[in-house]
Design a protein around this ligand. Structure first.
Ligand SMILES: *Cc1c(COP(=O)(O)O)cnc(C)c1O
Length: 385
């Protein structure tokens, strides 16, 4: 651990992975700890606190200390995927507990809440969380234990007032958890706005290179609920593998640079496509025309994110056609990597999706923004209907 971590900014601490040095060798990059078991002391104690690999791994802890620092959290844990992180938060509730969640949110998690979680006894009410009155009406004092938020939320990038929802939830005795994958700790730190738990698909911006599947949770308090969440991870073996934890640490060293570059390019693309003859709507919280713009300007610092969606005048046919025509943009799901990705989102979400059929979701990477615009502009024009 660095000597004066409080003196240095999150960007500085992340760049040096908390300044940790491997003392025996003086290596500036610590080794990857792969052991699954640890030597017991002769008097039968485990003084290092390490016993077994399912709960204990030093490389994993190094990744967690960076995430806790970035989120200004009491503690953090990393898990095998964003979904396993989110599901651990819900499985730490009790059957019969009531949840309030957004109508528009990460699709796979919404499906899990609708189907699997319901079978397990959790009751979820889906509402437009960007409207505080709607949230207030949905929260049942005593029965609601968790309000789940995602901001900006997939794939319309609507913005939810974390502080406003936290006030409502806390008054009713419920916790607030925020899927902050799209915002990253560089742009928004949900705990600063009153949330209790932050979740990331670390597969996305935190790792940033589309080569690790990982999830993260960070907490305001190391309370009984956090203990239950950690127990879900330990019992189910959801801990991230040490090699993946190492790659995640390496990715986070450049997080602030990557996020800044993506935000700048996304803003530029949003502005250019807002004036494009074939585009009838650009969904990006950085645009003054976006309904969540004023709130995003208060809640996000340093940018409005690297994600945006565009809606084409030529409808579904032009959207799928444009995605087929790109060469620089990569036609793939996922987001938050250094390479730009484009996706016809309704195709992957399937029946019942709230996603418009004419929508293309764009994850802006770190390439030259002029190249990105030229490739997509040509692809859209060539797909005109
Ligand atoms: C990708 C994603 C998830 C799921 O994370 P995985 O790492 O793919 O399991 C959850 N929420 C959001 C917003 C995501 O983008």
């Amino acid at each position: 651990m660095a000597k004066n971590p409080k003196l240095w900014s999150p960007r500085t601490l992340a760049a040096q992975a908390m300044g940790k040095i491997d003392e025996p060798t003086r290596a500036v990059v610590p080794p990857i700890h792969v052991t699954t078991t640890f030597l017991r002391d002769p008097d039968n104690q485990y003084r290092t606190g390490n016993i077994y690999g399912r709960p204990d791994n030093e490389t994993v802890r190094e990744a967690e200390s960076i995430i806790a620092m970035l989120e200004d959290a009491k503690a953090a844990i990393v898990l095998g995927s964003g979904m396993s992180a989110a599901v651990a938060v819900f499985l730490a509730l009790k059957p019969g507990d009531h949840i309030v969640a957004p109508t528009v949110m990460y699709w796979a998690l919404r499906n899990w809440l609708l189907n699997d979680a319901a079978e397990w006894g959790l009751k979820t009410t889906f509402v437009d969380t960007s409207d505080l009155d709607t949230v207030r009406a949905a929260v049942v004092p005593g029965a609601t234990k968790l309000v789940w938020l995602e901001t900006p939320s997939n794939p319309l990038w609507s913005i939810t007032d974390i502080a406003g929802v936290s006030e409502i939830a806390h008054a009713a005795g419920a916790r607030v958890a925020v899927d902050s994958t799209g915002a990253t700790p560089i742009l928004t730190r949900p705990l600063d706005f009153g949330a209790d738990i932050v979740m990331h698909s670390a597969t996305k911006y935190l790792n940033g290179h589309s080569d690790v599947l990982a999830g993260a949770l960070a907490t305001r308090a190391e309370d009984e609920y956090w203990t239950r969440i950690k127990r879900v991870r330990a019992i189910q073996g959801l801990i991230l593998g040490p090699f993946e934890a190492f790659l995640l640490i390496r990715g986070m060293r450049t997080l602030s640079l990557r996020v800044k570059a993506s935000c700048e390019s996304a803003m530029e693309l949003a502005t250019r496509f807002a004036n494009h003859a074939h585009v009838h709507e650009v969904l990006y919280p950085g645009l003054a025309s976006h309904p969540g713009h004023a709130l995003a300007a208060r809640q996000m610092t340093g940018g409005f994110g690297g994600m945006l969606s565009i809606r084409l005048r030529g409808g579904e046919r032009q959207a799928i056609g444009a995605a087929a025509n790109v060469t620089l943009w990569k036609r793939a799901t996922s987001l938050g990597g250094v390479e730009s990705l484009i996706e016809h989102r309704a195709s992957i979400e399937g029946a019942g999706t709230p996603c418009p059929l004419d929508l293309l979701r764009l994850s802006t990477g770190v390439e030259d923004v002029n190249d990105l615009f030229a490739d997509l502009d040509a692809a859209i024009k060539a797909a005109a209907v």
